[in-house]
Design a protein around this ligand. Structure first.
Ligand SMILES: [Zn+2]
Length: 396
């Protein structure tokens, strides 16, 4: 019963390993690009210098200056390589620490062992830090990671740049996010992102809002026409904004002027950024909670009159909300739960029927009677009975 199903839990841990591995890979790629570019430049310049000096086009002084320029470029390359090397060693260290963390887990046989308690505490902290980072509580997340000495198990720095971009978008500025799009052009293309179009469209809308029609037209010519083939419908709508003032009641122009579009851009940026960094679209906290909730969810959970005080899914404002789209759990055996105490009714805590037909557990009724001089009040109807009137119920 307490045996751990390692594969089930490990299936949720792909991004945990993939993130540092992919960072390591992209850092190697950048390094390789730098080296190739500089080698090509070096070979070309050296052969040019040798040709020119042979034909007397360059004198000794000019050759020296040209060689000095090469040396300075090579030193720049060296500095860059030192930086990427530092990044590589960080991510290789992270991959190692994370693999060790998972390896520790595979060696734990049972759920009730102390080792599992310790390991799952670290995992819980990881999940909480991931949640805090996604919700923008970066300082709290850093504090927890530092105090638990688990900085290699979380990806705080990956949220630093994205936080800056989100802050800029919150202040209605697209330039930082556009720059990010430019830096990640090929990866965004791979995931078929339309974020850049949304940003360009928004910049146009802001010009239209300020009634700067000439600027807006010039902007559209430069930045919107490249999207003609794929986004013709959106383009014709947004261009028509020039004919409508920002306080228009006419749809779809009223909607285009709506400032809430900025919130959509932020969430579009977030999901693109998560995809590029190999984060799951949903926080791991939601995923793990949902896995547990789906095991508890029954058709009764959403019926207010049948709520069980001990069932997390029955709380409509918190976990019940998270479980809305989950399937119902498959029950082989039914349990009868007391509405008063939330305890299961069985041979140790018999179900007892009141004269009005409602059934509650023996323990709950006995406790109520002992506090009220032998009297019982039915929580559903408010009717009062004597404890002697209740009858045992047998389920066959
Ligand atoms: Zn429930």
């Amino acid at each position: 019963m307490n045996k751990i199903n390692h594969d089930q839990l490990l299936s949720l841990e792909h991004p945990f390993i993939k993130i540092p591995v992919e960072k390591f890979r992209s850092s190697l790629k950048t390094e390789q690009k730098h080296i190739e570019k500089e080698i090509a430049h070096l070979t070309n310049t050296v052969s040019e210098i040798s040709k020119k000096s042979q034909h007397g086009i360059m004198d000794a002084n000019q050759v020296q200056t040209a060689l000095e320029a090469i040396v300075s470029r090579l030193s720049t390359l060296k500095r860059r390589l030192t930086e990427t090397r530092a990044e590589e060693s960080l991510y290789s260290q992270r991959t190692k620490v994370r693999l060790q963390h998972l390896q520790e887990f595979t060696a734990i046989p049972t759920l009730d062992s102390d080792e599992f308690g310790r390991w799952s505490r670290v995992r819980l902290n990881r999940i909480l830090i991931d949640y805090m980072l996604r919700e923008g509580f970066r300082e709290t997340a850093s504090y927890l990671a530092k105090s638990e000495n688990m900085e290699d198990l979380v990806d705080i720095e990956l949220f630093v740049q994205s936080a800056k971009i989100e802050q800029a978008l919150n202040k209605y500025s697209c330039s930082e996010c556009l720059q990010w799009c430019n830096e990640n052009k090929s990866s965004l293309k791979k995931i078929k992102s339309t974020l850049e179009f949304s940003l360009r469209e928004q910049e146009f809308i802001e010009l239209a809002r300020e009634r700067r029609s000439q600027d807006a037209i010039a902007y559209a010519k430069k930045h919107l026409t490249p999207w003609q083939e794929t986004h013709m419908k959106e383009l014709s709508q947004v261009m028509a904004l020039l004919a409508f003032p920002p306080d228009t009641k006419c749809q779809p122009y009223k909607r285009l002027y709506d400032k809430s579009r900025w919130r959509n851009i932020i969430s579009q940026f977030r999901s693109n950024n998560f995809a590029l960094q190999f984060f799951t679209p949903e926080p791991l906290l939601n995923v793990t909670l949902q896995a547990g909730l789906s095991a508890l969810k029954t058709p009764m959970c959403y019926l207010p009159e049948h709520r069980n005080i001990n069932c997390p899914v029955c709380d409509p404002h918190t976990l019940g909300l998270l479980a809305t789209d989950l399937p119902l759990s498959h029950h082989f055996n039914s349990s009868i739960v007391c509405r008063i105490s939330g305890q299961i009714m069985n041979e140790d805590n018999l179900p007892m029927a009141l004269p009005n037909g409602y059934v509650y557990s023996y323990n709950a009724l006995a406790q109520m009677a002992s506090l009220n001089g032998g009297k019982i009040t039915c929580p559903r109807t408010g009717a009062v009975f004597d404890i002697a009137q209740v009858k045992k119920v047998f389920i066959s």
